[in-house]
Design a protein around this ligand. Sequence first.
Ligand SMILES: Cc1cc2nc3c(=O)[nH]c(=O)nc-3n(C[C@H](O)[C@H](O)[C@H](O)COP(=O)(O)OP(=O)(O)OC[C@H]3O[C@@H](n4cnc5c(N)ncnc54)[C@H](O)[C@@H]3O)c2cc1C
Length: 284
Amino acid sequence: MATALSRLALLQPRSLEEALRRLRDEGPLVPLAGCTDLYVGFHFGTVGGRRFLALQGLRQLRGVRRRGDVLVIGALTTYAELIASPLVRRRLPILAEASREVGSPQIQNRGTLGGNVANASPAGDTLPVLAVAEAVVVLRSVDGERRVPFGAFYTGYRQTAMRSDELIVAIEVPPVEGRQWFRKVGTRAAQAISKVVMAAVRAPRPRIALGSVAPTVVRVPRTEAVLARGGTLAEAQAVLMNEIQPIDDLRSTAAYRRRVSANLLAQFWRETARRGGSRKGGLP
Ligand SMILES: Cc1cc2nc3c(=O)[nH]c(=O)nc-3n(C[C@H](O)[C@H](O)[C@H](O)COP(=O)(O)OP(=O)(O)OC[C@H]3O[C@@H](n4cnc5c(N)ncnc54)[C@H](O)[C@@H]3O)c2cc1C
C-alpha cells in the first residue's frame, strides 16, 4: 500500500452540521463515504489529502424518499439500497439496473451514489442515468444549500462545481417521461470498468447520455436532435460518432468506442420502438 494508513487522520462528526462546520474550519478535509474509490487511491498513493471526514454516521444523508413528485436520493445511499428500493425501481428503473452492474455485491454494499457522483470519473456507471434523468445535485455548506443541474456539475476531467467546503447531500430526480434504457459494455459482466456506458430515454425529444467517451459524462444534443426531427438511425449514428470524443487507453480504443456507441444507439432505438419493448428498465 503506497499510503501508510497510520499517518492518516479520520474525523468522525456526529451530525451533518458538525461535519459542515469542520469542513469549513478544519480543512482541507477529504470526505469519506463508502471508501471504495478512496481505498484504491490509498493503494496507488494518489489520494491528495491526509485528513478525512467520515460521512458514514450521518443518517440524514441516507435513504430514498419522495418530495411531491421529486425522487430524493440521499448521497450515502448504497447501490444495494438503490437496487432494493421500490421507489427507484418504479420511477428510475435504469438507476437500479446500472447499480446492479457496479463492481460486485461487496462494492454494491459499500459504494454510494454520492461517491460515484463526487468521484467524477467519466466511466461512473450511474452518471449517464442521472444525466438523462436531468437530475439535480444538492450541495450543502455551512452557508446553506444550492442545487446544481447535473448537466452543469462537471466542469472538466475529474472536475466538479462543488466547493471544498461543500458536501453532496442528495440527488434529486424529477419525473422521467418516456421509456428508459441502459446498457454498459465492459470486458465482462462483473468487476469491469465500462468501455462505453449509455443511458437513454425515448421521449418526443429523446435524451441520450454516454460515459467513457469524453473527459466527462456527456449528453449528445446533436444526436438527440436528429432523432427528434425524425432523421434516420444511420444519420443519427453518423452524428453520434462525430459528437463524442473517445480516447485510446488501456481499456479500449477510440475507434472501438465510436463503433460500440453507434451500435448501442441502434439497440436503444430499436428496442424502445417495440410495444412495451424497453430493455428491462421500461416504466410500468
Ligand atoms: C473493485 C471495484 C469495482 C468498482 N466497480 C465500479 C463499477 O463497475 N462502476 C462504477 O461506476 N464504479 C465502480 N467502482 C468505483 C466505486 O465503487 C464507485 O465510484 C462508488 O460509488 C464510490 O462511492 P464511495 O461511497 O465508496 O466513495 P468514496 O470512495 O468514499 O469517495 C469517492 C470520492 O467522492 C468523495 N465523496 C464521497 N461522498 C461525498 C459526498 N457526499 N460529498 C462530497 N464528496 C464526496 C470523496 O471525497 C472521494 O473523492 C469500483 C470500485 C472498486 C474498488
